[in-house]
Design a protein around this ligand. Structure first.
Ligand code: 13P
Length: 252
């Protein structure tokens, strides 16, 4: 059956020393008291190699927040999937709405990134989710399905087993406005039905679908209690060990 996962996305926060301190603190807490779910931290590129050295990878997985859409070569400033993998990271977050919106990442570009990540042995946390205007127009299902079809539904069933989906309604990210657990459950069930249609029911049942958007210790238990919500992708509340731990404890 699918894994329960709590993943942090630090975004563009924490300098190197602060990042190492946070990872070390979290590692100390979670090695002393083993979590009841898989825990992943997503850090800026420059933190990966150092953070990789201070965490016990059997307790905390490591994710990059992005990777390049080319394998190697003259792409100044880019970081390839192979480079990410070489730091010790196991995951890469792709398709985040901030990357789609501010860095013009199209479904085609994301497809390239997904393919390169998988080819280099990384697992992918693939983000999808609608804007407020799309939710108000009741287009959330069409938007999520199109984002899946655009970048991850070309995969083989075997490749698909390395994909985690994160449903992140854009209107809930960093706004303090969480989707209700009913709203989240409804769309998670829809997303799982799309996966079942494409890869079969067993693959769908094995797919972890995370909720992201103003998730915190106070609302995580209610969200995670829903049948199709398998954990969370956490922004703001992943930046303090105690806040992140409170969400991890929602699985206790
Ligand atoms: P917040 O938890 O800060 O709303 O961010 C969610 C998110 O974008 C995680 O990727």
């Amino acid at each position: 059956m699918r894994k329960h996962i709590v993943a942090g996305n630090w975004k563009m926060n924490k300098n190197l020393q602060e990042g190492i301190a946070l990872a070390t603190e979290l590692n100390n807490i979670l090695t002393a008291e083993k979590p009841n779910c898989e825990v992943i931290i997503g850090t800026p590129f420059i933190h990966l190699a150092k953070v990789s050295d201070v965490i016990d990878h059997s307790v905390i997985g490591l994710a990059a927040e992005n990777c390049a859409d080319h394998a190697s070569g003259a792409y100044t400033g880019e970081v390839s999937a192979e480079m990410v993998k070489s730091t010790g990271a196991e995951y890469v977050i792709l398709g985040h709405s901030e990357r789609r919106e501010y860095y013009n990442e199209t479904p085609e570009v994301l497809k390239e990134k997904v393919d390169l990540a998988l080819a280099n042995g990384l697992k992918v946390i693939f983000c999808i989710g609608e804007s407020l205007a799309q939710r108000e127009a009741n287009e959330q299902e069409a938007v999520c399905k199109a984002e899946l079809e655009g970048s991850v539904f070309h995969l083989t069933a075997e490749q698909w087993s390395n994909i985690v989906i994160a449903y992140e309604p854009i209107w809930a990210i960093g706004t303090g406005k969480t989707a209700t657990s009913e709203q989240a459950q409804e769309i998670h069930a829809f997303i799982r039905s799309c996966v079942a249609e494409k890869f079969g029911q067993e693959a769908a049942d094995n797919t972890s679908i995370l909720y992201g958007g103003s998730c915190k210790g106070s609302n995580a238990p209610e969200l995670f209690a829903k049948a199709d919500i398998d954990g969370g992708l956490i922004g703001g509340a992943s930046l303090k060990a105690a806040d992140f731990k409170a969400i991890i404890d929602a699985w206790k």
